[in-house]
Design a protein around this ligand. Structure first.
Ligand code: GTQ
Length: 349
């Protein structure tokens, strides 16, 4: 007896329904969606103009204090991932505002945070007993489970970009958080302590391998910019990246944080990069200059200083700088490298 294909279909569906009650499901219906020949991301190319973010943040400033909000942040949500507080499938980004005289109270959590200062100077962030003063373009780290609070003792608002591995920690179900119960943690170290200890190419003779997070927690823009300027020579331009450097952990030589890679890139006036793609979806924040970026086949961003845009995994990206431009960026590259998943395509450049 041979069943017709119609019978087969209804026989199979009856089977799927029956096994579903036992929490079983056939792989053959979803295999092609699960194991794709290349990344097929829900993450979309997207961009935010700082003028829009700033206006919304100032409005938020009138509606809620930093203390009441705990962190007064507007989340940059990827349009393909709305409602999930994600800028890429595994990273979070937001813009935080601290008004003059405000504090964002001390807490700690297993998520790693990076801060990239967009506007303002003179506010502080404190990490495990040490304060650092934040200036425009500074890249600052909050390592996992370190107490941190922010405050603004300057007379102007400060805005910074927060990048956190919230979705990674969520995926791993490894979130722990505590409130200190104080606005400010006790300060036990002098200003600049970690920079003197770890930022001078010196390490204690018996330095252990460390935790995976750099002990240098502020990479000041003044120094980064100076380094880029002194390195700029035509021979140094990479066709895909211009002059692109990664922030490193002096203890390991690896990335500055275990879960997020951070980069700074100089694109000289009129430089056009050749098409590049990689598996690490990347968030870009220009801090100097003006230009245009092409993402995938049809997304174009005209950016200027302080804007934010995101390039999804495996989408081709090309930059054109209209002026000397500096772009900060971050991605999950350290995770992908650790798991041997990182791939890039330089278009044979
Ligand atoms: O400053 O500690 O954007 O805990 C999201 C979660 C910032 C912070 C965010 C946070 C923080």
């Amino acid at each position: 007896m041979t069943a017709s294909s119609g019978d087969r279909t209804s026989e199979r569906e009856a089977f799927y329904d029956r096994i579903s009650t036992k929490n079983l499901t056939p792989l053959w219906l979803s295999l092609a969606e699960l194991v794709t020949p290349e990344p097929r991301s829900q993450c979309r190319p997207a961009s935010w103009q700082f003028a829009d973010i700033r206006a919304a943040m100032m409005e938020a400033g009138g509606l809620i204090t930093a203390k009441e909000a705990e962190r007064r942040v507007l989340v940059l949500e990827n349009p393909g991932l709305r409602g999930q507080s994600k800028i890429t499938t595994d990273l979070y980004a937001g813009v935080q505002l601290v008004l003059p005289g405000e504090v964002a109270p001390a807490h700690r959590h297993t998520q790693t945070a990076l801060r990239f200062v967009l506007e303002g100077s003179g506010a502080y962030t404190a990490v495990d007993g040490e304060r650092t003063i934040m200036h425009e373009g500074d890249f600052i780290i909050t390592p996992p489970m370190t107490w941190h609070d922010h405050g603004n003792e300057s007379d102007a608002p400060i805005f910074w970009l927060d990048g956190l591995d919230i979705p990674v920690v969520q995926f791993l179900d490894a979130s722990f958080a505590e409130h200190m119960g104080e606005d400010m943690q006790p300060i036990t170290k002098p200003l600049g302590d970690s920079d003197f200890r770890y930022g001078a190419n010196l390490l204690p003779i018996d330095q252990a391998r460390g935790s995976g997070t750099s002990p240098v927690f502020n990479y000041p823009y003044a120094r980064t910019r100076e380094a880029l300027e002194r390195m700029r020579r035509a021979e140094a331009w990479d066709p895909c990246h211009g002059l692109k450097m990664r922030f490193s952990n002096p203890v390991s030589g690896g990335h500055a944080m275990a879960t997020m890679g951070t980069f700074i890139q100089l694109l000289p006036k009129d430089f056009s990069t050749s098409a590049y793609r990689s598996t690490d979806a990347t968030i870009f924040a220009p801090i100097e200059g003006r230009g245009r970026t092409f993402i995938g086949d049809d997304f174009v961003v005209d950016w200027q200083k302080r804007d934010v845009f995101v390039v999804p995994s495996w989408k081709k990206v090309r930059h054109e700088a209209a002026e000397d431009s500096v772009l900060f960026s971050f991605s999950d590259r350290p995770i992908q490298e650790a798991l041997n998943l990182f791939r890039e395509d330089r278009g044979n450049a």
